[in-house]
Design a protein around this ligand. Sequence first.
Ligand SMILES: C[S@@+](CC[C@H](N)C(=O)[O-])C[C@H]1O[C@@H](n2cnc3c(N)ncnc32)[C@H](O)[C@@H]1O
Length: 348
Amino acid sequence: MVSAPGHTPVMVEETIQALAVSPGGRYIDATVNGGGHATVIIEHSSPGGQLLGIDADPEAIIAAKARLAAYSGSVRLVNDNFANLEAICLRTDFFPVHGIFFDLGLSSLQLSDSGRGFSFQREASLDMRFSPGQELTAADIVNTFSEASLARLIWTYGEEKQSRRIARQIIARRPLKTTLELAAVVEQACGGRRGRIHPATRTFQALRIAVNQELENLEAALRQAVNLLGADGRLVVISYHSLEDRIVKRFMLNEAKGCICPPEKLVCACGHTPRLRLINRKVVIPSRAEIITNPRSRSARMRAATRIINQEELDESSERLFILAREAVGNAGKPANSGRAQRSYSLS
Ligand SMILES: C[S@@+](CC[C@H](N)C(=O)[O-])C[C@H]1O[C@@H](n2cnc3c(N)ncnc32)[C@H](O)[C@@H]1O
């Protein structure tokens, strides 16, 4: 198995299979990080394959660039948020594609980077941003939100039963500047440590999700990903907590349905047609062997689907991408990829 130094990619073989990576294919790794999965994807798509790697973290892009240097002719790397997926693909003329892959959350490299503030085990300022371009930090949330807002955030994004007690303690002890200060406050609010999981785990998860608007960005990216896939293209997502997995599951199930009108409607008014077909009904989890060698993989959940395109939708999607491409060049003349958007949305 290939692994970026410090980060072992999760479910690599399952990913290659689910993406149906084949020579000459065009793939997007929307969370490229140090390029662990990306390296395997580009190797399996050779000869002739192309990869667009995206990451919100500029340091991840630097690491991916070094790791993928041998494939520089076939790889493009973009430092951006995957919430801008369509715009990135229009800008780089990279659509339609055979597969789009998301490996959500953060990498071991980011977790162990003492300057980032993701870990409750390392002293750092309360930052937690994937990108330094984002304004809101974890310190802003912890030190300015009201008690009720903090409790709601920790409950919603951390699924933390003690959210009210934790919020009350934070308010009583702030300003809090560092990760270890916050971890100690949470531990105290929870009445000390019990069991193997650190009491601050869920609070830190909640803050990271809020700082990076992870759930909103995921929803936006999934909607756009479907538009960028050619016929039979694959959408593959690995998530690491139930909130993300729920979004992916609901999205895929919904896109795999025909009519989505409420049951009381006797005649369909939504006109919804399936755009995805699920590859696995059940979520795919790592093997026991992988969990033993890479314990971080234990919470991974993979879901995958294939793009279905009927003629009517093909026309609409092409038209929409054409309009977007025209807007991307400020309506000033015909963009380079406009003909492509109209002609070759479907891949064969
Ligand atoms: C689990 S790591 C991916 C590891 C990668 N598959 C590998 O094998 O090296 C997740 C990556 O997604 C990035 N990320 C998270 N949310 C993002 C977003 N909204 N847009 C772009 N990148 C994001 C993080 O910065 C991180 O580098």
